[in-house]
Design a binder for this molecule. Sequence first.
Ligand SMILES: *Cc1c(COP(=O)(O)O)cnc(C)c1O
Length: 402
Amino acid sequence: MSDAGKNGRRDTKAVAAGRRAEWTGPVVNPPIWRGSTHLYPDIETFENSKSRNADGEFFYGRRGSPTQWALSEALTQLEPDAHGTVLYPSGVAALSGALMTVLKPGDVLLVTDNAYEPTRLMASGLFKQFGIEARFFDPLDLDGFADHFCDRTAAVMLESPGSLTMEVCDIPALASIAREHKAVSLLDNTWASSLGFPALQHGCDIAIMALTKHVGGHSDLMMGSASAGKLYYSRLRRTAQSLGHVVSPDDAALALRGLRTMPLRLDKSTASALEIAHWLNQHPAVSRVLCPMLPGAPGHALWKRDFSGGCGLFSFVLSDADTAARARFIDALQLFGIGFSWGGFESLAIPYDPKSIRTGTAWPPESWGDGEHLGIRLSIGLEDPQDLIRDLENGFAALEQI
Ligand SMILES: *Cc1c(COP(=O)(O)O)cnc(C)c1O
């Protein structure tokens, strides 16, 4: 593989990234190098290997093999300004691995109040055991953000758009304030991925993705990644090695396969999501459509300014329904499955109500009317959007039944 493709534009890069001839051999994809033991030709090489710890060197299964190296190199090439990428067995493992890299006892971690729920739980649960204090902040209150820092603040955990409620925040501004306070900024960039939001270029120090979602893309794989510049990459790598994080070569091969078609899948699901969001937006039983790609929706201006792509994940709020009606709505859907995760080829719908989990901000926002808090999150897959709209009509019909 020549370097030409690696300098190309988004789609070209997604095809070319990570395909070193020394790893693929004469075939297109790197073979699955399954193995724990790596054999050494003699004792001298064996002894010398102990003081070596560079990327792309055989050592032992825990440091990976060409299949995993090809995936991390591909992800690095797709993340502008990244020096390297560490792979983790899930998105949550990537979050914990990255946070444990930059935090120590006594530190304060600022966490966006719209964070993915397991991130919240990790920050206020597991990390508390290690003497780390989590404080939650309103991601939309840029003016108030600096007030949250103290001399113990070591890191800021960001996410945009936020899980479930989809607020887009001003990442470049927040990351720059974090930097002024000498705090490391980490971004959970699962929604847009590096293809839609170049996190490091926008000022973040560590870009995290649940590869389970868009990169896998077929609902058959769990994996996570953290990409960073030279300093944080080497620290991430050391922590991951200490924690024993490793991903299987079979899963790495699946992730690489997913990566090749990811731009196509993202474009298709983004276009379908937008079509469905437009349709929902004029529906009388819908009070809010929380889809940053939709003109006029909350966060659209910032999304347009900072993002070069979207995805199929968004949510909407029912006008005046109770939880039983919402359950009837979702149960009536035939094409949408009910389940966690997203970013697969198949569409999903789940109910959500963040009212009970937020601590740093009120939900629903004070400006919203009473009863406007029962949300439904949709992950739009690769089906025909008109079929999905017909399916949602079944849901609205079921709202009326008692
Ligand atoms: C799913 C998800 C994760 C976690 O990924 P897993 O692979 O399921 O552990 C992290 N962040 C966000 C925003 C997610 O949606």
